[in-house]
Every structure is written in structure tokens, then in C-alpha cells.
Write a protein that binds this ligand. Structure first.
Ligand code: NAP
Length: 297
């Protein structure tokens, strides 16, 4: 980056956005983070500026983004496969952003949401992309594949025991995004160059991989066999537990419908572009090698 830019991160105080926040700090941005409970995030991100407030309060959002060069937005998934709370969160954030008059909104969306899929997590992104493009705010929408850090890094201990907990049809294909690539792309390709896309792009790693191919990549990276469980019975057990997750207001009540969609269709876009200017996205084999490479001696 030529000059230090200020990025206001909204919806980034939870665990999913951890790699985005750390990445922005590593890329040298001044990071401002809106959080309902500042003491929780202050310990995690001592280098960030924390603004107390909620993304559901437009006045808090306007205060958090005041004077920032860009706003980086992650919207919180709703429960029970219902997209409405995520759409409402985006609506309230946009209200705050309009009041503040921000120069650039960067939104992390999902692959393939140019149409609805009947899945809450994806349909929320479809609606939010539409709202952003009609908001009049300069924007860049980054459509991401499955986050490598979310699928693999969080389960590294299980992977080291030879298990990859992804019990879906093994022929389904997936496209991936390294979360660390997102702040790297934003700072080097958008902010440093003063580029606002006013469009959507797929920010993905090269290639699509079936679960069988992922098993091979994992095994090669680890130096021992790593296998996904067969679809039966694990996938069916997950599905059967959906009403329990709904009752408990657990995020799995929305994740399971997404897994059902993945089991039918995989998660990739035919036209996903991985050649974005000169930007080199982290490849899946490189990520897995780094995650699973064994310590020497
Ligand atoms: N592509 C992928 O592989 C992938 C994987 C996982 C998730 N995602 C996407 O990442 C996004 C975030 O996922 P998540 O929801 O599971 O993230 P999360 O880590 O649980 O974070 C949710 C964020 O929203 C805030 N939030 C939630 N409810 C709120 C409320 N009522 N009022 C104010 N703030 C609220 C939280 O603030 P507090 O910290 O204050 O609670 C936190 O900052 C979703 O859009 C999801 O679809 C994508």
C-alpha cells in the first residue's frame, strides 16, 4: 500500500471474520472495528481501533465509518435457514453508510448468487447484492468460494487424525477462497490503486475440486491418509438433527440446509474467474501444504 488507509470493518467482530481482521492489520491498514462488546475484541486485536456499537444501529455504523477510506462488510447469517435477519442487518448498515457518505463499500458475498437457490445463507446474499448495487454507494462485491480457513483450519486436529468431516456426495465439486487473500486483494488491487469496481467479481482460488480429489490433496499434504466419512449415515444424521438445531437457535440450523444444497450441487460457479488482474490467489494445495506440513524432526 502506498499510504496507510483506514478500513472500517462492520460485522467483523465474530469468529468467521478473524482472518479478514488479522489480514487487514498485517497489510498495514488502520483497522477500525465496530463491536457490541469492545472488551472481547480489544484483547484479540490490540492493533485495531474499536468503536463500541451495533451494526443494527445506523447511527453506530455512521460513527464507526466516519472518515474511513473504505468500509468492509460481513453480514451475519440468520438462523433456521431464514434470510430475513441478514437482509435486515444489511439494510440498517446501508442506512448508516448513506448517512455517513462513505467513498467505498466492499462486501464479501458468495459464489453463484446472481440467482436465488432456496437456501437462506445464499438467498440473503442475492438480496443484499441487489440492495448494495441500488444504494448509490460506490461498491465492490467480492464473491467468495468456500473459505479454506473455515473448512480446514478449524478442523486441523481432526485432519491430523485422518478425518475430514465433510460427509457429502464425494463427486461434488467445490471452489475455494483463502480468507487471507481477501484483505490482500482489497489493499493491493482496490485501495492502493484507488479502484472501485461498482460490480461483482469472483475472488476464488484456481480450480474446482471434488471431495475425492480433496481427500487426495489432504493426504499428500499430511503424508498419511485423510478420508471424508461416507455420506451414510453421517449426512443423514445431520439432516435428522435439523429440528433440534432450530429449537436450540444454533447456527447449524442454517448450515445444514446449505450442506444439503452442496450435496446436490457442490459449490462452484462455471464462470468463476481466478485470474483477477495480476493478483495471485492462494491455491488449495498450497494452503493445505502450509496447514498440514509436518514439523521436521
Ligand atoms: N464462504 C464461506 O465458506 C463462509 C463460511 C462461513 C461463513 N460465511 C459467511 O460469513 C458471514 C458471517 O458468518 P457468521 O454469521 O457465522 O459470523 P460470525 O463470526 O458469527 O459473526 C457475526 C457478526 O455479526 C455480528 N452480529 C450478529 N448478530 C448481531 C446483532 N443482532 N446485532 C449486532 N451485531 C450482530 C456479530 O457481532 P458480535 O461479535 O457483537 O456478536 C459478529 O460481528 C455470513 O455471511 C456467512 O454466510 C462464509
Amino acid at each position: 500500500m502506498k499510504e496507510k488507509v483506514t478500513v472500517a470493518a462492520i460485522g467483523c467482530s465474530g469468529p468467521v471474520a478473524h482472518h479478514f481482521v488479522e489480514g487487514f492489520c498485517e497489510e498495514g491498514a488502520n483497522l477500525r472495528l465496530l463491536a457490541r462488546k469492545p472488551h472481547k475484541v480489544r484483547r484479540r486485536y490490540p492493533q485495531a481501533e474499536i468503536v463500541q456499537g451495533s451494526m443494527m444501529e445506523p447511527a453506530d455504523v455512521a460513527r464507526a465509518v466516519d472518515g474511513a477510506d473504505a468500509v468492509f462488510l460481513v453480514t451475519p447469517m440468520g438462523l433456521s435457514d431464514d434470510p430475513s435477519s441478514e437482509i435486515e442487518a444489511a439494510r440498517l448498515v446501508l442506512k448508516g453508510l448513506k448517512a455517513a457518505g462513505v467513498p467505498h463499500l466492499i462486501y464479501t458475498s458468495c459464489l453463484g448468487v446472481e440467482r436465488k437457490h432456496g437456501v437462506g445463507i445464499l438467498d440473503a446474499k442475492h438480496a443484499i447484492e441487489q440492495m448494495i448495487s441500488e444504494s448509490g454507494i460506490p461498491f465492490s462485491i467480492l464473491r467468495c468460494g468456500t473459505y479454506m480457513e473455515d473448512l480446514f483450519d478449524l478442523r486441523v486436529e481432526l485432519l491430523k487424525k485422518g478425518k475430514f468431516l465433510f460427509p457429502l456426495n464425494k463427486s461434488r465439486r467445490f471452489t475455494f477462497t483463502s480468507q487471507r487473500d481477501v484483505p490482500r486483494f482489497v489493499t493491493s488491487e482496490l485501495l492502493a490503486k484507488g479502484r472501485v469496481l461498482n460490480d461483482r467479481i469472483d475472488l476464488v482460488a484456481p480450480g474446482t475440486f471434488s471431495i475425492s480429489q480433496i481427500e487426495v490433496l489432504l493426504s499428500e499434504a499430511a503424508g498419511f491418509e485423510i478420508r471424508a466419512p461416507s455420506r451414510f449415515p453421517t449426512f443423514h444424521l445431520f439432516r435428522a438433527l435439523t429440528p433440534v438445531f432450530r429449537l436450540r437457535k444454533d447456527r447449524m440450523s442454517s448450515v445444514i440446509p446449505l450442506l444439503v444444497h452442496f450435496d446436490k450441487h457442490g459449490y462452484h460457479s462455471k464462470d468463476a474467474r481466478s485470474d483477477i488482474g495480476g493478483f495471485e490467489a492462494t491455491t488449495l494445495p498450497a494452503h493445505l501444504d502450509r496447514l498440514l506440513c509436518q514439523e521436521p524432526g
